[in-house]
Design a protein around this ligand. Structure first.
Ligand code: NDP
Length: 446
């Protein structure tokens, strides 16, 4: 019965949201794990919680017109999907990337609902962004784009309404321009309206590091549950942005050798271990390509257009983007003896890849649990803003470590309770969904 209803809700979602394959994938992943919960809690079906949770509360799509350095007018599409506010103000990042479309923002917003619930903090789920390509744009162009984007977005956000943050293509620089324009438009310094702010003007120490560090804290708990530690293990990481950089830093600090990093042009394989200072110089300071790293690093090789999953490793952390680890990659990882895969990026593994990893007994840490450290620390930034305080780096990161430990134990205990010990995907989906669903039931029909 529950199975039939789940399948019919999924088919409805697919029919009502055509041409949005990433959104279908995210919904499928969650719904396919909820059967044991629905068998115990039929009121979720009776009250149509599944149908409601798959329908965003509000979606805003807007034109962003701005002038480039040559004086030519450019037109982009901006959007914000405010998915669910049962647990608190909408919360989720903004992505600036040419691939952005409504289906991608909806998949990210849907994931964000349950991720935010898992942190234990009071935050609803949302996501936004634009199909703007920051690559090759001057600083002045980035600023004008951010100002034009915020000139529409500002009317939909606020510290009790919706609190955006960064994501792909939106880092500290962009959050600065977005915040400046918001402040100008509302004529008030509402520090809590955006997170990921600069340290001197409302940002939390440790927010920049939080997602990458959090993934590594999470994978440490996954390994500890199997009697292992990161010390002496070989890790592969994809990406070379915010999440990848601080995942690499924490892996190295805990004694792992990190063999790879990547960007959209390909991967670097560095058998001596990634030189993080050089990687940051190339990607963060020079805003160059990952091949520039190889050119300056003896012994490193460039795998053009390839992902790093063919490099033998004990731990793999996909930290770049969605669907960057498919079934063939998963089979390669398994045949090379991988122990654990934890998702730093959002939905980096295809549904088939997850099946391959789980069937082979590889420990699998799903994104909504493993990368929740970023938004959790955004929640801590909001707390500091509300109290007009700034905690030390150690206070914030200590709190992050405790939150990641809690998320891991909640997922593990829930998996056990629902008859699938070790299945952190099922544990994360059920625990996150249940918290949101109970709040929705309490709020009545809306
Ligand atoms: P950044 O923009 O800092 O870095 C993104 C990295 O991924 C870059 O190395 C980029 O390469 C690469 N990348 C982007 N798109 C593609 C693509 N289509 N194919 C291959 N590589 C690609 O973003 P973040 O590090 O912030 O985000 C990375 C992932 O982590 C995303 O999935 C994001 O949603 C997720 N995430 C981020 C959080 C955060 O706090 N920042 C929190 C939770 C999840 P290139 O330079 O060539 O574009």
């Amino acid at each position: 019965m529950a199975d039939d209803r789940l399948e019919s809700v999924l088919q409805q979602v697919i029919a009502r949201n055509p041409a949005e394959p990433e959104f279908h994938q995210a919904v499928t992943e969650v719904l396919h794990t909820l059967q044991p919960l629905l068998a115990r809690r039929p009121e979720y079906l009776d009250q149509r919680i599944l149908e409601r949770v798959c329908e965003p509360e509000r979606q805003v799509i807007f034109r962003v017109a701005w002038q480039d350095d040559r004086g030519v007018t450019q037109v982009n599409r901006g959007m914000r999907v405010q998915f669910n506010s049962a647990l608190g103000p909408y919360k989720g990042g903004l992505r600036f990337h040419p691939s952005v479309n409504l289906g991608i923002i909806k998949f990210l917003g849907f994931e964000q609902i349950f991720k935010n619930a898992l942190t234990g903090l009071g935050m609803g789920g949302a996501k936004g962004g634009a199909d703007f390509d920051p690559k090759g744009r001057s600083d002045a162009e980035i600023m004008r784009f951010c100002q034009a984007f915020m000139t529409e977005l500002f009317r939909h956000i606020g510290d009790h309404t919706d609190v955006p943050a960064g994501d792909i293509g939106v880092g500290g620089r962009e959050v600065g321009y977005l915040f400046g324009q918001y402040k100008r438009l509302v004529n008030a310094f509402e520090a809590g309206v955006l997170t990921g702010k600069g340290i001197g003007w409302g940002g939390a120490l440790g927010r920049t590091e939080a997602t990458g560090y959090g993934v590594v804290f999470f994978v440490s708990h996954m390994l500890a549950a199997r009697g292992r530690s990161l010390d002496g293990l070989r890790a592969t990481v994809s990406g070379s942005g915010n999440v990848a950089t601080y995942a690499i830093a924490k892996l190295q600090e805990l004694g792992a050798t990190v063999l790879s990093a990547s960007d959209s042009s390909g991967s670097v394989h560095d058998p001596a271990g990634i030189d993080l200072a050089l990687l940051r110089q190339v990607k963060e300071v020079e805003r160059g390509r990952i091949s520039d790293y190889v050119a300056r690093r003896p012994g490193a090789t460039f795998l053009q257009g390839a992902r790093p999953w063919s490099i033998p490793c004990d731990v793999a952390l996909p930290c770049a983007t969605q669907n960057e680890l498919d079934a063939a990659d998963a089979r390669l990882l398994v045949s090379n003896g991988v122990l654990a895969v934890a998702e730093g990026a959002n939905m980096p593994s295809s549904l088939e890849a997850i099946e391959v990893l789980q069937a082979a007994g590889v420990a699998f840490g799903p994104a909504k649990a493993a990368n929740a450290g970023g938004v959790a620390t955004s929640g801590l930034e909001m707390q500091q803003n509300a109290a007009r305080q700034q905690w030390t780096f150690e206070q914030t990161v200590g709190q992050l470590a405790r939150i990641m430990e809690n998320i891991h134990s909640t997922c593990a205990a829930t998996a056990e309770q629902f008859g699938s010990p070790g299945n952190l995907l099922l544990g994360a989906n059920i625990a996150g969904f249940q918290r949101v669903a109970d709040a929705m039931l309490a709020h009545g029909v809306m």
